[in-house]
Structures are given as C-alpha cells and as structure tokens.
Design a protein. Structure first.
Lengths: 384, 394
C-alpha cells in the first residue's frame, strides 16, 4: 500500500508487463510519479533554477543588448561593493566614527557567542557544528555592524533597517496579538464579532494598506491633523525623520500582521483545556499565576512556530516602505528587497542580484538558527 | 456558562468584592469585564478606521479632500459619486459586455497562440476601460493560479502522505551539477538556452539509467516535504530577476501565463504544508479497503480523499486566492501593460503628473479590497471551526 510500486514481480502480476494493461492501470502503477511530478517540476523550474541562475547574475556585470543578455564574469565585485565599496553606507550604514558603547557591546556579544560556540563542540555532530559555526559567524558580524552603526549613533543601512522591521515588528506584533487573543479568549459575548473584525487587516492588499495609511498619516489633510494642531506639533513631519518614519512603518505593518498572530494564538488559547484553568481558579490562583503556570507552557510551541512564520514573511517586506515613503528620507526606510528593486531600476542588475542573494543568506541563517535552537527545542519539550 | 451556578465566594459580598472578584468560576468580575470590552473596542476602532477613511474618501471630491480633514458624510461634507464616475467614464467600453468580450478575447488569443505553428489567427485587440481590464486581469490570474496551485499542491501533499519516495542522493547531486552546467553554458558560453537544456535533460536521464542504481544514500518523504515547504523562505526578489530574463527569452513577459505560473509556485509550499496535514490525519483504512476493491490511486484520491478533506480544501483555496489577489512584487516586474492587475493599477494612479487624485485612487482601492474583506469573513468561519490551525500546532 504505502510503497512506490517499483518492485512489481513479473510473474505474479500481469500489470508488470506493458502489453495488455489498460491506460488506467498504467496510470495507477506510475501514480507515485504522476502525483508529485507537477509540483516538483514547477518548483524546479521557477524556484530552484532561478535561485541558481541568480548566482550567475550576482557574479557578473549584466547588460541588456539587442540579442539578449550579455554576462561578463566579475567575481565577487558586486558583493564587495556592498561591503567595502561605493554602496557600503547604503547597505551596511555609516560605520565611522566608532562609538565606545557600540564597540564594547559588540565585543561582549562576540565573546558570548564564542563561548557558546566552543562549548557546543562537545555536544553536537560535525554537521551540527558546521551549522553552529555559520550561526556564530552571522551573529558576530551582525553584532559588529550594529555596534559600529546603530549603537555608535551613525545612520544604519538597509541591512539593519530590514532587521529592525523583523525584530521590532515581530516582537511588537507578537505581544499585542497575543494580548488581544488572551482578551478574546475570556468568557465575553460578541467574541465572533471581534474575531472577524480583527482578522480583516491580514487579508487586505498590502498595497492598499500602504496607500490607506499614507492618507491616514498625512499631516495636513489626514484625520489626525486637528490633534497635531491641538498639540501644536503640526510642523513635525514624520516622514522627514529616519526613526519616526521607521516607527510609522512599523505601526502600519503591525496593523496588517497582528491579526495573524491574533488568530493563531487565539486558536492555541482555546485549545488549552478549560478544566485546568478552572481548577486553578478554585484553588485561588490569580490570573497572572494561571497564565504563567498553566496557559503559557501549553501555547509556547505554537507561539514559537507562529513567530518563525511571521519572521520569514517579515524579511520580505517591500510594499509598505515603497508606497509610504519610497524608502525615504534618504534610504532610511528601505528594506533590502526595496534596495534591490531600486538598484535593478538603475540598471545595475548584477548588484541587484547580489543584494537579493545577501537577503536570502540573511533570511536562511536567521530563520534556520531560530528554528534549530528555539522551535525544535520547544517542540521536543512539548512532546516529552 | 453552564457552571455559573457554582459559587465559591460567600453569598453577601461587599461592593469592592462585587466589582473585582469573579461571581463564579468561568466568569469575569465586572471591573475586568469593562476593561476587556474597552480594550477590544479600542482595537476595533484602530482596525476599522483606515478602511473607513478609504471608503469615505472615495466619495469625496477634490475640495473635500484638500480643505482639511472631514470625517462624517452628510454632516461635514456632501458625498458624491464623482470619483466613481471618473473611473467608469474616462474610457468607453466600461460595462459588463466589455468584461464578457475581454474574457472571450483571452480564450481567443490563447487558441490563436496555441495554433500559431499551424494556422495564423489574428489576435483580438482589447476594448475595455482600465479599471475593468485590471479587475478582469486580477480575477483571471488569481482564480486560475489558485486552481493550479491547489490542484498540484494537494496532489503532491497526498502523495507525500501516502506513498514512500526514495530519491537517490547521487541523482539529486547530478541534477544540480547539470543545472549549473546549463546556466554557465548559457550565460557565459553563449549556447542557446534550448540547446543546453535539451542536452542536459538527455544527459540526466541517460546518467540516471546508467549509474543511478549504484548510489546508496537516499532521502525520504520528510526530506521532500521539508524541501518544498522551505521554498517559502526564499525571498521573491531572488527569484524574480532571473525569472524576468527567462520569460523574456521565451517572449512571454506581460502575459497572463507568466503571472499564473509564478503565483502558483510561490504559494505551493503553503498548500503542500496545509494539505499534507489534512491528508495525514485521515484514517488510512478507508483507502486500503478501496484499494482492495480494485480502485486505482487517482480514483481513490478523487472520490474518497478529496471529499473527506473538503473543509480544509476550501479554506486553503480561499487563503491562496487572497494571497494571489494581493500579490504585488511579481506583477511589478512581469506585468507592465496588458496584464496590469489591480495593485499595479493603483500604484500607477500614484504616478500622475497633476498630483495624486486621492479620491479616484480610493475608489480603485475599494474595488480592490472589498472582495478580500468578503473572503476574510468567509475564512474566519473556517478558522473558528479549527480547520486551518492543525499545521501550526506541528
């Protein structure tokens, strides 16, 4: 039943020979192939092949000519440009002058990561060690870039802007989404109404969200203009300051994505057996105690999985900054995807592919690390 | 609450106790009830306000938008249909008949394209206004690609749940190396892509036949499933640059086909992930007895398995439909003129020379988001029944 029929005995089954079997029998015999072939073929052609092809773009200077594309191999020059060359400030941020706090913190993180790395030698296999080495290298790299740009008071590049969107966005959305789910799981009437309303933003076209938010956040014609005037800050232009622009971006992104956390965490909360909670109530436990001791341990596996899914999608953010600020002021709200799109528009296809590849590496290393060290651990604990 | 009668506090309580202590197990105290409702209503306002603002802006005219914020129709501004009329009167052919003709045109041009090696049929020219063209494009692309994605994805998910696969590690390695060979030969060697692809495919099948059986290590179903699902991590920007070039090479930029296939592939991981969970949860005995009765596997899948997972299938379809409807990045690269979808049309409205006509843009946004809001409401019904949550629980 559950094995691909590769071992049909010629003597026992007439279906083993190709003559005399009907079309449907033949189809049944090869059903293993037919069921999975379309999906695998589609993924190979439109996902795997382009991913490999992208390497060639990233390693070349590409020009559109009359008869097609012209590739000239330039080695790692497109990547070099992002890290050391003319695009460094755009991608990594301004790294000088280095601040003491930033350097100190980066050094401390480097030390901690190295201790963790050395200590894990005894615990894992060679493959596990390779993974940990990559994770450690990425952590140290990010710590130094963060220390030299963000914590030294310099401007940050698209790399850290993307990380800001991912880390702050996921954190904020997780806290508020779980909070709302907790409120909605209380015995109140009208739960279905709230459930439907709170879910809607997730499904609204991100581009529509961008324009709607652009109108709502407009300081002269938007709905909050009287409030700004009342507070006497009508000259304050959120889109002219890097951090306020990023924070507005985060608020709008949260509007869209909190529903995702909300709806999954609500399902998880409703799955917690009611009698456990009620037994604790009878024993006189406070609601904080109940949440910490009974509810939380049961929803942690779902929580980390949901965070992982959210983080994967968060790395791809492009619509909102593209529409609300166009990446501005300067390039301070540009995510890496948007950075790549702009470089593509400037006809530097090689660099565009290089940035896209760097985003892929960043996403895979971060998400795989989170999956291996956090999600798997929690899932194992839940199974045990 | 069924157990509301169970009192665990003393009967006559002081005012403070009445306010801050729950009257019964499974109930809330009046004070916390008020707090919960206030918070939930505040969030409802936060959620609905931007949508409300878009809708009322679409009924404003230039003056009502530019002279400062007006909030309530009929009270502080007089709503009118100018923005909507502008959408439907700027061009001719803005009616249902034009949509019908456009759908017919798609079929006609498809047939013309398919028969082009044999006979030449002149393709029809579109006669439809912009907004209906964008709407038709969005509907056609998202519906067909959803159908493709769900069909292909659930077949693969079923196969991975029920049939054992053992792809040889060596064969996969050979495939990857040949792929790299094709890419290098095409981009640096100047070999036409169809020649290199054909040679590599022939070589691959030859090598699998010749030395494939000597490979020992093989992967299992879990690995394939993980591989498919992990495709979702891939940022679309990585794929879209080469895909643009690929479609350019076969002269298929700005076609429905390009968008349909790409959307389907982008969402395939989600379908496989969700549907695999549903199929794996079905009792295997049903299928086994059907197989004993002589049913072929395609028939078992079509007549037994799919009907059993109907709620899951419907919920997945709805989710993918919404994702396809909202897609923007692929469309920006691949759909420039003829297959402009609604998001692209909205974005194009922003690039006008005379400034942004917010009221007109809002009318298009309303056209774009009303269908998804309806689908969202339908989808919550499935989610509240617990249909879509199994996969997350791992």
């Amino acid at each position: 039943m559950t094995s691909m029929q590769t071992t049909v005995q010629p003597g026992t089954s007439p279906a083993g020979t190709s003559s005399g079997e009907s079309w449907s029998e033949w189809l049944d015999r090869h059903s293993g192939t037919f069921f999975i072939a379309p999906a695998v073929t589609l993924i190979l052609i439109f996902s795997i092949f382009p991913t490999f092809y992208s390497i060639v773009f990233a390693l070349s200077r590409v020009r559109f000519t009359g008869e097609g594309l012209q590739f000239r191999f330039v080695g790692f020059r497109n990547f070099e440009k992002q890290f050391f060359g003319s695009d460094q400030v755009h991608f990594l941020g301004k790294l000088t002058p280095a601040g003491l706090i930033g350097m100190g913190l980066a050094a401390i993180i480097t030390g901690l990561v190295l201790v963790w790395w050395v200590r894990s030698f005894r615990r894992t296999t060679a493959v596990g060690m390779l993974g940990r080495t990559i994770s450690a290298a990425m952590a140290i790299f990010l710590a130094w870039i963060g220390g030299l740009s963000l914590l030294s008071g310099n401007s940050i590049g698209t790399l850290y802007t993307t990380l800001f969107y991912v880390i702050v966005g996921c954190g904020l959305q997780f806290v508020i989404g779980t909070g709302l789910a907790f409120l909605c799981s209380q015995p109140i009437s009208g739960r279905n109404f709230f459930r439907v309303v709170f879910f809607i933003p997730l499904m609204v076209t991100p581009l529509g969200v961008g324009y709607a938010m652009k109108m709502v956040a407009d300081i002269t014609k938007g709905p909050f203009e009287p409030i700004l005037r009342f507070l006497d800050i009508q000259d304050w232009v959120w889109s002219a300051d890097a951090w306020s622009a990023r924070i507005v971006m985060m608020v709008c992104d949260s509007w869209q994505w909190i529903p995702f956390i909300f709806i999954t965490m609500l399902a998880a909360l409703e799955n917690v057996p009611r009698d456990h909670v009620e037994a604790a109530q009878v024993d006189g436990a406070s609601s904080v105690q109940i949440f910490r001791e009974i509810t939380w341990p049961q929803i942690v596996p779902v929580a980390v999985t949901v965070l992982l899914i959210r983080a994967i999608e968060a790395f791809k953010i492009v619509d909102l900054p593209n529409i609300m600020t166009g990446g501005g002021p300067g390039s301070s709200t540009e995510s890496m995807t948007l950075h790549s799109v702009y470089v593509w528009r400037a006809n530097d296809i090689g660099s565009s592919a290089a940035i896209a590849y760097l985003l892929l590496i960043l996403t895979v290393v971060c998400c795989a690390s989170f999956f291996n060290y956090v999600v798997l651990g929690q899932l194992r604990k839940a199974k045990a | 609450m069924s157990d509301a009668s169970f009192q665990f506090r003393k009967a006559n309580r002081s005012l403070m106790e009445r306010l801050f202590e729950p009257p019964a197990v499974g109930r809330m105290s009046p004070a916390s009830r008020v707090v919960v409702y206030v918070l939930l209503f505040l969030w409802t306002l936060f959620v609905l306000f931007p949508i409300y603002w878009v809708i009322i802006t679409s009924f404003k005219d230039a003056a009502a938008v530019n002279q400062g914020p007006y909030y309530i129709p009929f009270v502080d501004f007089q709503p009118n249909l100018n923005a909507w009329r502008a959408q439907f009167t700027e061009d001719s052919y803005c009616n249902v008949a034009a949509v019908g003709r456009q759908l017919y045109l798609l079929g006609h041009n498809l047939v013309a394209f398919l028969l082009s090696p044999v006979v030449t049929i002149a393709p029809m020219e579109p006669q439809i206004c912009k907004i209906l063209l964008a709407f038709t494009n969005s509907v056609v692309v998202s519906v067909i690609s959803t159908a493709l994605c769900v069909a292909v994805g659930s077949m693969a998910a079923y196969a991975l749940a029920r049939i054992q696969y053992k792809p040889k590690f060596g064969n996969i390695l050979m495939f990857v190396l040949l792929t790299l060979g094709v890419i290098l030969a095409t981009s640096y060697g100047g070999v036409p892509w169809y020649v290199s692809t054909a040679v590599a495919l022939a070589l691959f099948f030859f090598l699998v036949r010749a030395i494939g059986r000597h490979f020992k290590r093989s992967l299992g179903n879990g690995d394939i499933l993980f591989w498919i699902i992990s495709q979702r991590i891939l940022p679309p920007i990585v794929v879209v640059i080469p895909v643009y070039v690929m479609f350019q090479a076969v002269k298929m930029l700005d076609t429905h086909f390009a968008l349909i296939v790409l959307y389907a592939v982008a969402n395939l991981p989600i379908v496989v992930w969700l549907m695999h969970d549903f199929f794996a949860g079905l009792p295997i005995e049903l299928e086994e007895s059907a197989q004993l009765d002589g049913a072929t596997r395609p028939r078992i899948f079509w007549e037994i398995v799919l009907p059993l997972t109907r709620p899951g299938l419907a919920a997945t379809t709805l989710l993918i439909l919404v994702l396809n409807w909202n897609e923007y990045l692929f469309a920006v690269f691949l759909a420039t003129v003829k297959v402009q979808t609604l998001p692209i049309m909205v974005a194009a409205k922003n690039a006008g020379e005379k400034g942004v006509f917010w009221w007109e843009m809002c009318a298009v946004i309303v056209v774009m988001i009303v269908p998804v809001i309806v689908m969202a409401i339908l989808l919550t019904r499935f989610i509240s029944k617990g249909v879509l949550m199994g996969a997350v629980k791992g």
